[in-house]
Design a protein around this ligand. Structure first.
Ligand code: CTP
Ligand code: ZN
Length: 158
């Protein structure tokens, strides 16, 4: 294909490219990373672009950004198939797929209103992953409530 057809946004020199984000979830990825226009990062975003396998995806590029473990965990919950590309001097030095964490501490609000983690003097929430077939659920370690990945996504503490 000609460059006019393929090149959408430029390559970055240093930073991270979050690729293969579920189409439509790019803004949510930025949101869990707490990146806004005031954060000072140079960010580029592609939404609903064609991936090599023919399906649609989103891409987020953040220059000079280093991701912490907690941030990787949050991205995995929003978009479990996302890949992280670490770019240094224009070259990709590391590429990996995010993976759902076994334990999620202090990032999720338990959906059970009576849970001690939602009490007036709250205890930090702790969820453990439970895999049943291809489904991933998370169980609150205090009240035993299980939450689907979809519920988990909607319960990320802002
Ligand atoms: N990228 C970038 N800046 C660089 C290098 C790569 O923005 N200096 C971006 C590319 O534009 C692409 C992503 O990082 O969106 C992954 O690049 P690459 O591994 O070269 O592409 P693919 O082989 O298509 O990736 P994959 O196999 O993971 O689909
Ligand atoms: Zn609970």
């Amino acid at each position: 294909m000609t460059e006019e057809k393929t090149l959408k946004i430029s390559k970055i020199e240093d930073g991270i490219v979050i690729d293969h984000i579920k189409a439509g979830s790019a803004m949510e990825v930025l949101s869990v990373l707490k990146i806004t226009s005031r954060s000072g990062f140079t960010v580029s975003m592609l939404m609903n672009v064609r991936s090599s396998n023919g399906s649609l995806k989103d891409i987020v590029k953040i220059e000079k950004k280093i991701l912490k473990k907690k941030e990787l965990d949050l991205i995995s919950m929003v978009s479990p198939d996302a890949t992280i590309n670490i770019v240094e001097k224009f070259a990709i030095t590391e590429k990996f797929r995010v993976s759902l964490p076994e334990n999620v501490e202090d990032l999720i609000k338990c959906q059970n209103q009576n849970c001690i983690t939602n009490a007036k003097e709250p205890v930090k929430s702790v969820f453990k992953r439970e895999k049943t077939g291809s489904r991933n659920n998370y169980r609150c370690q205090y009240c035993e409530r299980t939450m689907s990945l979809e519920e988990i996504r909607n319960s990320i503490i802002k």
